[in-house]
Each structure stands twice: as structure tokens, then as C-alpha cells.
Design a protein around this ligand. Structure first.
Ligand code: ASP
Length: 362
């Protein structure tokens, strides 16, 4: 791990083995001294309102602002988080989420989303959902209006239509052009011919060279100390139709324990799915780890479990990006990425801003 990451994490916060038990932590919370960088500096006892926190991926600055505005006016933390990410789901300029997201290999936009509500410990999700602009709203309806947790594909779409959602074309012209260029440049032994290089739209060229990823996660701690989280995405660009990533999987793309905290992720979903990362992060926070250190510890775990050569660089480090975001019930928060250079959005009740993620590797 990078020394800077350790420094930013506030030094050694304890390994899972030596961390306090969940009970000790919870007892500790009520009497705990306030820690640096925590919104808990304004926590008061009894029923006094406390400072809310919203944490999100770097594309979520508008989401964190909206979420805090709503919890401050008394809205449920899940409604606040969903209203926040709806801004990005509906934004055609974000090519990693909702409307305008990059499509699957057939040129069809397929969306994944999940929500989790701390106070009731209920959750809902949709995966490989086509033609519905706000998948996080549908995920919440799965939570509230079914006895299920996850609906996929055609069934998820029919459920959304039953609840009045229109089927819309989510493929914007920009996303279609990026997909078409990808399709035309895949292979020299098929019948798709790309345009001459100088005719390639620079806007399209910008997205080549690296696999485009992206997602929005938002976790919210409200003024009563209740938690909720949402993760929503168009998933990996040009994925195999029907592929489901980590975002709609409870415990992987997000997890909330209302007594402890909330966590979410963006980045290579397959790595996250194989490690149940967000459930682990919340569990480690429950054993006393600072959110940032729990995120870093999870990245170490993912790196250790990455054994396939195709996923490793020559130096043995993972060749992909993964980012975790976490907030605990005390209002302490943190985010960490596998590789240096990522930011996250946070509103800590006093200001809304982007901060640098801690990181495992430079
Ligand atoms: N985690 C998302 C997925 O694997 C993609 C991303 O966040 O970039 O579907």
C-alpha cells in the first residue's frame, strides 16, 4: 500500500483480527471522542439533529448537494439519495449512468441499480433493465411493492411499465457513435469497416484506448443518524448482453447496516462481486475501523485475491480500477481507490466538495 494512503487513513487503524468487536464499537460510539474529518463534531446527544453526510463517486457532486438539501428538510435518507442520483441518471452527458450511458455490445443500453434503506433494512434492485430512465426509482419500487429483492431483464421492465414508467430510447447519438466506432474497430476479419482515421469524430476518439467505466454511488447519513444508499449504472461499456455487474447486488455494489454505516463501490464489478466488498467494509467499520481504512483494507483483499494473469500487471498488481466509499453512523467518512488519482464527492453538512481518494497503489 502507498505510504500516503496509510497517512491519509490516519495511520494504522487496526486489522480485522485486532479490531474491537462490533459490540465494543457500538458502545464506543455513544461515548466516543470526536475524530478528525468527521461530521460528528456537531453530534449532540438525545434527539438533537446532527450534521448529515452524503458521500458519492466523483460524478455525484450534484447528488450529494441534493441529498443534503432533502434530508435537511426532513426527507427520508433513501429518498434523498435517490433524488440525488436521479440528476445523473437523467443526464445525457454522463456516459456511465442511465440515459446516455454506453450500451452493451449490441448497442442496447442495459441498466443496473440497487437501493438499501437502513432503518428498515429493506433493499431492492433491478439488473439488465432496458428502456427505463430512472432504474434507482424502479429498484425502490421492487423494495416497497414486491416481496422480492432483485428483478432482471424483461421482468424488471414489465414491472416498471406496470408502475407507469414509459419505455424510452436511452441511446443518445453520442453514445451510439462511440458504440459504432467500437463495433467497427473490433476485428479485421468481420464486415464492419471503420471510417478513415482522420474522419473519426474527436469526441468519439476521446473514449478509446481504455475501457470506459463509471457508475454513481451515493450513501447518506441523515440528521437523525439513519443511513441509506443507492448505486446505479449502465455497467461496463460494450458488455455481453445480460451481464449483471456489482452495482445491483446487495453486499457487493452497496450495503447498509443502520447501526454501523453504509458503503458503495464503482469500478470493475467482477472483482467486487467475487469479494462481497461492501458488506465486508461495513462489517469492518462495525469492528472499529475508520471508513477510509476499511475501504483500503478491502482493496488489499481484492488485490490479494486477484490471481488471473490477464488481470495483473507485470509487477503482480491488479490492472484495473476499483473505488470504495463509506460513511459510518458517527459521520466519519472515507473513500479509497486501487490506483491513485481518483476523487470522491462529499457533503459533510458544512460544504459540498470533491476530495482525493486514498489509494493502494501509485
Ligand atoms: N461497477 C460497474 C459495473 O461493473 C462499472 C463501473 O463502476 O465502472 O457494472
Amino acid at each position: 500500500m502507498g505510504e500516503k494512503a496509510r497517512e491519509r487513513a490516519g495511520g494504522k487503524a487496526g486489522t480485522p483480527a485486532e479490531a474491537p468487536t462490533r459490540r465494543e464499537f457500538l458502545v464506543g460510539v455513544s461515548a466516543a471522542p470526536v475524530l478528525a474529518c468527521a461530521a460528528s463534531s456537531e453530534i449532540s446527544g438525545g434527539s438533537m439533529p446532527r450534521r448529515p453526510v452524503a458521500i458519492a463517486s466523483a460524478n455525484g457532486l450534484r447528488a450529494t448537494a441534493k441529498a443534503i438539501e432533502l434530508v435537511r428538510s426532513g426527507h427520508d435518507p433513501l429518498d434523498a439519495a435517490i433524488a440525488g442520483v436521479n440528476i445523473v441518471e437523467g443526464d445525457p452527458n454522463d456516459i456511465s449512468v442511465g440515459y446516455g450511458g454506453l450500451p452493451n455490445e449490441d448497442g442496447v443500453v442495459e441498466l443496473d441499480a440497487a437501493v438499501m434503506h437502513g432503518p428498515t433494512h429493506r433493499c431492492g434492485a433491478v439488473a439488465a433493465l432496458r428502456g427505463i430512465k430512472y432504474p434507482s426509482k424502479v429498484a425502490k419500487l421492487v423494495m416497497e411493492r414486491t416481496d422480492h429483492v432483485l428483478l432482471v431483464g424483461e421482468g424488471a421492465q414489465r414491472f416498471a411499465v406496470a408502475h407507469g414508467f414509459p419505455i424510452e430510447n436511452l441511446l443518445t447519438e453520442r453514445a451510439r457513435k462511440i458504440w459504432l466506432h467500437w463495433k467497427e474497430t473490433r476485428s479485421a476479419i468481420d464486415d464492419w469497416l471503420p471510417p478513415p482515421p482522420k474522419e473519426v469524430d474527436p469526441e468519439v476518439r476521446r473514449f478509446f484506448g481504455e475501457r470506459v467505466t463509471g457508475t454513481i454511488h451515493c450513501s447518506v447519513l441523515d440528521t437523525k443518524g439513519d443511513l441509506a444508499a443507492v448505486t446505479t449504472t449502465s455497467g461496463l461499456a460494450f458488455k455481453i448482453p445480460g451481464r449483471v455487474g456489482d452495482s445491483p447486488i446487495i453486499g457487493a455494489g452497496l450495503y447498509v447496516d443502520n447501526d454501523i454505516g453504509a458503503a458503495g463501490s464503482t469500478g470493475r464489478g467482477e472483482a467486487n462481486l467475487a469479494n462481497c466488498s461492501c458488506a465486508m467494509i461495513v462489517e469492518w467499520m462495525g469492528r472499529g475501523m475508520h471508513p477510509m481504512e476499511a475501504c483500503l483494507e478491502m482493496l488489499r483483499r481484492v488485490a490479494k485475491h486477484t490471481k488471473e494473469k490477464r488481470l495483473l500487471r507485470p509487477d503482480g498488481r491488479p490492472n484495473f480500477q476499483l473505488v470504495f466509499y463509506a460513511v459510518n453512523k458517527n459521520g466519519e467518512y472515507g473513500a479509497a481507490s486501487m490506483w491513485k488519482g481518483r476523487k470522491f464527492a462529499v457533503h459533510d453538512g458544512s460544504s459540498n466538495r470533491l476530495e482525493d481518494c486514498a489509494y493502494l497503489f501509485e
